[in-house]
Design a protein around this ligand. Structure first.
Ligand code: IMP
Ligand code: MG
Length: 172
């Protein structure tokens, strides 16, 4: 892989949208919010979102694997790292980088709902609705995009490009 990915969504556009999402999230969570971020892709979105949301905020991380390598979904979800703290009675917000087929998120929502949170909502920076294989509910969507493979702002291609400050497209 060589060259810089073309800009699909600029850093400025991301910043503005994250501020809007944070305002909505804060309004919907007057009693505070417990972020559950999905590693690794959501790390940058989480760090910007967590700083923009006021009020009572706590957070935890989970790591799952749905893609073996490259750009094709295996449809199989494996938990690589589980949460450190229980969710019962908490207002939980899943923070994901992107909903593609929806299989990963659907699995996560079922797993976390079973742990008894008071509320369970989901925020995704990106959504590719044309790729959906399962009907999954996402309360906060940053940007809806066409079927491109995107990188940057946390998202990778074979572990590259996570550090880009923007969302870019690579030729696959
Ligand atoms: P899903 O289970 O098909 O919805 O895939 C979700 C996961 O696949 C995301 O959390 C990403 O980690 C990864 N993924 C899906 N599409 C892309 C993409 O365009 N770029 C980078 N990672 C992606
Ligand atoms: Mg992910």
């Amino acid at each position: 892989m060589s060259g810089r990915p073309d800009v699909l969504i600029s850093a400025d556009a991301i910043r503005a949208r994250v501020a809007e999402l944070a305002a909505e999230i804060q309004r919907d969570h007057p009693d505070g919010v417990h972020f559950v971020a999905v590693l690794k892709g959501a790390f940058m979105f989480l760090s910007d979102l967590a700083r923009a949301v006021g009020g009572d905020v706590s957070l935890d991380f989970m790591a799952v694997s749905s893609y073996a390598k490259g750009t094709t979904s295996s449809g199989e979800v494996r938990v690589l790292k589980d949460l450190d703290t229980p969710l019962d009675g908490r207002h939980v917000l899943i923070v994901e980088d992107i909903v593609d087929t929806g299989l990963t998120l659907s699995y996560l929502q079922d797993t976390l709902r079973a742990r008894g949170p008071k509320t369970l909502r989901t925020a995704c920076l990106l959504s590719k609705p044309s790729r959906r294989k399962t009907d999954v509910k996402v309360e906060y969507v940053g940007f809806t995009i066409d079927d491109h493979f995107v990188v940057g702002y946390g998202l990778d291609y074979a572990e590259q490009f996570r550090n880009l400050p923007y969302i870019g497209v690579i030729a696959t």
